[in-house]
Design a protein around this ligand. Structure first.
Ligand code: 76R
Length: 232
């Protein structure tokens, strides 16, 4: 295989979520090797046993080298899994939190995952509404910056009530996937995920402007355990 020049983001890391289905060709040792070949000091791969019919196993891979993330996809496919859904995004610091101190910025740009003890996982993509202004439906992008910042402040305030219970990893995807962000949540209990999302439904930023894609829910474990549990 020819060596490709590295393609990176200028700040932060690339993030690839793969949601895969078992096929008769699925090969356990190939999958273990795929994850092992991707992980190094800079690149992480999380494995999730997905609950429900949408997928069997999920991988969340993140790190600087986008070819390395693509290579994971190739190896997973070669190991006989069908990629049923996916999401491409990158870590970022929100434009409404530019002044975060470095000790808060660094974990946003370079999260070290998974968080200790938080094995309940969900992922969904979301956007902010861009309804027709003439029809009076919400359009986030026509609001002045100060108003958006106020709404995000309200969001952050309700989010902070879940500090310690939930880790949110919000990764930007405008222009690179179908929604504007990927939202990955980690909690100790499944209802921690439900409670935070339900609570935020009442914040204006979500109630009026939030639009959501498909939700994936699963259980985080080391790759070997995930493969055991999905019957591979
Ligand atoms: O980074 C920070 O902690 C600063 C405050 C903050 C920002 C800027 C914050 C805090 N979030 C921010 C940005 Mn969030 N978040 C979501 C969802 O389901 C829904 O309704 C929304 C999905 C959840 C559950 C959640 C949780 N957040 C964002 C953005 C980017 C907006 C932009 O840049 O325009 C999105 C899309 C988004 C979505 N958020 C928090 C949480 C929680 C739990 C917190 C508190 C974190 C903590 O202080 O520990």
């Amino acid at each position: 295989m020819s060596q490709q020049p590295e393609v990176t983001t200028s700040v932060g890391w690339g993030v690839l979520h793969l949601f895969c289905k078992l096929t008769p060709a699925a090969d356990r040792s190939g999958l273990l090797a795929a994850v092992e070949a991707t992980v190094d000091d800079d690149h992480q791969v999380l494995s999730v046993a997905v609950l429900g019919h949408k997928a069997d196993v999920g991988f969340m891979a993140l790190g600087p080298d986008l070819w390395r993330l693509r290579n994971l996809q190739t190896l997973v496919q070669q190991a006989g899994l069908e990629v049923a859904d996916s999401y491409v995004s990158m870590t970022e610091v929100s434009e409404y939190a530019p002044d975060l101190p470095p000790e808060m910025k660094t974990p946003r740009l370079y999260p070290q995952l998974p968080p200790e003890g938080k094995r309940a996982f969900c992922f969904y993509p979301m956007s902010k509404r861009r309804g027709a202004v003439a029809e009076g439906s919400g359009n986030w992008f026509t609001l002045p910056y100060d108003e958006r910042r106020e709404l995000m402040y309200e969001h952050g305030t309700s989010g902070r009530k879940f500090r310690g219970r939930i880790l949110q990893v919000v990764t930007g995807s405008t222009g690179v996937d179908d929604f504007e962000w990927g939202v990955t949540l980690f909690g100790e209990h499944l209802d921690d995920l439900k409670d935070v999302v339900y609570t935020m439904r009442f914040d204006e930023a979500s109630a009026i402007y939030g639009e959501f894609g498909t939700f994936y829910t699963g259980l985080l474990a080391d790759t070997a355990t995930v493969l055991d549990r999905i019957g591979l």
